[in-house]
Design a binder for this molecule. Sequence first.
Ligand SMILES: *[C@@H]1O[C@H](CO)[C@@H](O)[C@H](O)[C@H]1NC(C)=O
Ligand SMILES: *[C@@H]1O[C@H](CO)[C@@H](O)[C@H](O)[C@H]1NC(C)=O
Ligand SMILES: *[C@@H]1O[C@H](CO)[C@@H](O)[C@H](O)[C@H]1NC(C)=O
Ligand SMILES: *[C@@H]1O[C@H](CO)[C@@H](O)[C@H](O)[C@H]1NC(C)=O
Ligand SMILES: *[C@@H]1O[C@H](CO)[C@@H](O)[C@H](O)[C@H]1NC(C)=O
Length: 448
Amino acid sequence: MLRRGVMAALLSLVLVAVSGILITDTHHLSNSTLYRLTQMLLQNYHKGVRPVQNWTQVTTVYLDLSVHAVLDVDAQNQKLKTSVWYQEIWNDEFLAWNSSMFDGIGEISLPLSAIWAPDIIINEFMDIEKSPDLPYVYVNSSGTIKNNKPIQVVSACSLKTYAFPFDTQNCSLTFNSILHTVADLDLAFLRSTEDIKKDKKTFMNDGEWELLSVPSTYQVMHSDAGDFAQIQFHVVIRRRPLAYVVNLLIPSIFLMVVDLGSFFLPPTCRTRITFKTSILVGYTVFKVNMSNEVPRSAVSTPLIGVFLTICMVFLVVSLSKSILLVKFLHTERSSRQDHPLFCFQRTSRARPVDGAHLTRTSLTVADSPTDVPPCHEHQPQVGFLEEALAQLQSISSCIQALDQAAQQEASWLTILYRFDKLLFQGYLLVLGVYTITLCSLWAVWSSL
Ligand SMILES: *[C@@H]1O[C@H](CO)[C@@H](O)[C@H](O)[C@H]1NC(C)=O
Ligand SMILES: *[C@@H]1O[C@H](CO)[C@@H](O)[C@H](O)[C@H]1NC(C)=O
Ligand SMILES: *[C@@H]1O[C@H](CO)[C@@H](O)[C@H](O)[C@H]1NC(C)=O
Ligand SMILES: *[C@@H]1O[C@H](CO)[C@@H](O)[C@H](O)[C@H]1NC(C)=O
Ligand SMILES: *[C@@H]1O[C@H](CO)[C@@H](O)[C@H](O)[C@H]1NC(C)=O
């Protein structure tokens, strides 16, 4: 019973406290100058009306932009993702007050959703990114509204990758009103264009991309729907190539030099094929590795990719030439081995020619009943001489055949050697052009 009474007392106490807080809160609120001012400003405000007393008055929106970071450069989808600080300032004639009537308040924040705001968009805008949605704007006593917000822009941009990794990109961010013509809504720069161009203070300068400049232009676009004011900021960024030079360019040059070195192996050497095959595997691994790092775009291919492919073509041509050569030499040699065998087999079937067999020959000659009769003393010698002559003749014809084959082979070899030399020169040329291209790209890159 006692406990219940205590509980009831506590509950009523809490209720009284809460209602007291609520009462004092509303009391505080109505007493607050800020509340009074906000009430005064927004009571008769219509956010659907452009805030000018005289409709012929143009509302000028002052824009400012500073690039904060380059988040992603997507060459495949031709997209650039940047983080920018964006500022809009315009004047609202209905949101002015006399500060001395409100405790000297010079500036207050108002909800953006409650007031008129210009409908300025980025033309290249492609994707909604998570930008913090800031609900307030600052208004000062003369009715000047400041709307500052960081935005992540994913914008369409024509990215050129042929000079990779020494590439510079120029992407535009075009701001204009989607509906209002220049007679209603005009745009202007908040700072001088020279200041905007050189502003790199807020840029996070440790990434892959370096901000070169942000030139900007003001234009009035004439179209069927009317004349529209627009402001373009060109974000000019440059890639830092060091990582790519170390990871891609120098290894690729090494691979090409090793490939070049393989031309110094004699073309008939079979290890050359093994060597070149290993280089081919090296190229393939390199290309697979590279495809992750090199930006791919449907419009342009990086020059270094083109050069690697040309080198690969040279390698494959030279490899197939080596294989052909070895195959050719192999058949030639085996036919040469066949030829003497054939020669000797034929003669040995008739008569053995070796010195060891010579005595046997004379024996056979002597033993043979069908051959020369044994009564003649000089007859075997004459027969032997004839034999020897026949053998010599067959040997000489054999050697002549071999000689002819050798001559043919030699002419083939000279042709292949010439081809090899041609390939070598072509390869040297490609390597030279590659080096010169890289150097000139680098020179152009560093001159910016
Ligand atoms: C409310 O304002 C009146 C005068 O404007 C003042 O006397 C009173 O103390 C204020 N109340 C509070 C809670 O500030
Ligand atoms: C609006 O401004 C124009 C010129 O600025 C002036 O001729 C016109 O009288 C003004 N109208 C009103 C209602 O103040
Ligand atoms: C602002 O208010 C003060 C006092 O109420 C007055 O003296 C002054 O003239 C007013 N200023 C304007 C611009 O109305
Ligand atoms: C309000 O801000 C604008 C722009 O910053 C400035 O020109 C103007 O003097 C300010 N008004 C007051 C009363 O501070
Ligand atoms: C960037 O491109 C715009 C046009 O798209 C051009 O006017 C501007 O000069 C270019 N800037 C640089 C630095 O190339």
